[in-house]
Design a protein around this ligand. Structure first.
Ligand code: CAA
Length: 262
């Protein structure tokens, strides 16, 4: 498939450790998220998810902007019935449903829908130039791609409330202190760092990685008791895999494991 608002590449040679990279590419609009970009990001992410040679996915933007939000020019003329019947932003449910790990590599502005897209990833690596915010309130609306929900779960009610009600931007350091981002790196190293991190993940056993992602996500979906029971049951089930024998045998034999995704 050819895309007009994103670039896609596969990084890594050989059978393991391959990473699918999606680069948002509407530079004139600071990667504002319109309907076309939405469909293209989702199609690319789902294609990488379905490709057995890919172990992890990275989504990034430009030096200036990861994404400056949903496309205000596209939304401005819409009415309630247009938004409701199109279920505007509803398609984004397909991104968190991707089973392989997704890393957002964020430099520059990640505002509104840009911040919300980054939060749909499994974790965010931020450049020291990154700026996060939910400025929708200044446009006479509220976040619509998960900001009021995911930001609150990630950084807590007080800080999420302050950001959503004021539209204030936070820098990468504040985002890291708040728990929004996993790590901050120098801007020049952002993409290399994110790809290296994704390759590390992609070298592990794919089924174990998928289960690990599912288990961590359970923590925000259920009670501690149910979550712990889920974790224990899937932990037990991993002993049916050849990769468990390989991983533990390799440790004992002091060699690198050769996982087979079995
Ligand atoms: N939608 C559409 N176009 C956008 C855009 C957006 N979200 N953000 C920037 N652009 C466009 C600008 O209109 C401008 O285009 P023109 O050259 O044609 O005028 C171009 O990108 C460059 O932007 P600026 O000239 O404004 O660049 P700047 O460096 O002076 O400012 C900025 C950068 C602070 C990010 C500023 O562009 C800005 O405030 N953008 C809007 C941020 C915002 O409000 N985002 C929330 C959108 S609503 C939303 O996301 C809803 C939701 O919950 C999903």
């Amino acid at each position: 498939m050819t895309y007009e608002t994103i670039l896609t590449e596969v990084h890594g040679e050989g059978e393991r450790g391959r990473v699918g990279l999606i680069t948002l590419n509407r530079p004139k609009a600071l990667n504002a998220i319109n309907r076309q970009l939405t469909e293209e990001v989702l199609a690319a992410a789902q294609a990488f998810d379905a490709d057995p040679s890919i172990g992890a996915i990275v989504i990034t933007g430009s030096e200036k902007a990861f994404a400056a939000g949903a496309d205000i020019k596209e939304m401005q003329p819409q009415g309630y019935i247009d938004m409701y019947l199109a279920d505007w932003f509803g398609a984004w449910e397909r991104l968190p449903a991707v089973r392989k790990p997704v890393i957002a590599a964020v430099a520059g502005f990640a505002l509104g829908g840009g911040c919300e897209l980054a939060m749909m990833a499994d974790f965010i690596i931020a450049a020291d130039t990154a700026k996060f915010g939910q400025p929708e309130i200044k446009l006479g609306v509220i976040p619509g791609m998960g900001g009021s929900q995911r930001l609150t779960r990630l950084i807590g009610r007080a800080k999420a409330m302050e950001l959503v009600l004021t539209g204030r931007f936070i820098d990468a350091q504040e985002a890291e202190r708040a728990g929004l981002v996993a790590r901050v790196v120098p801007a020049a190293e952002l993409l290399d760092d994110a790809l290296k991190t994704a390759k590390t993940i992609a070298f592990h056993s794919l089924p174990v990685t998928l289960i690990a992602k599912e288990a961590v996500n359970r923590a925000s979906e259920t009670t501690l008791e149910e979550g712990l029971r889920f974790e224990r049951r899937v932990f037990h089930s991993l002993f049916a895999l050849e990769d468990q024998k390989e991983g533990m045998t390799a440790f004992i034999e002091k060699r690198a494991p050769a996982f087979k995704d079995r």
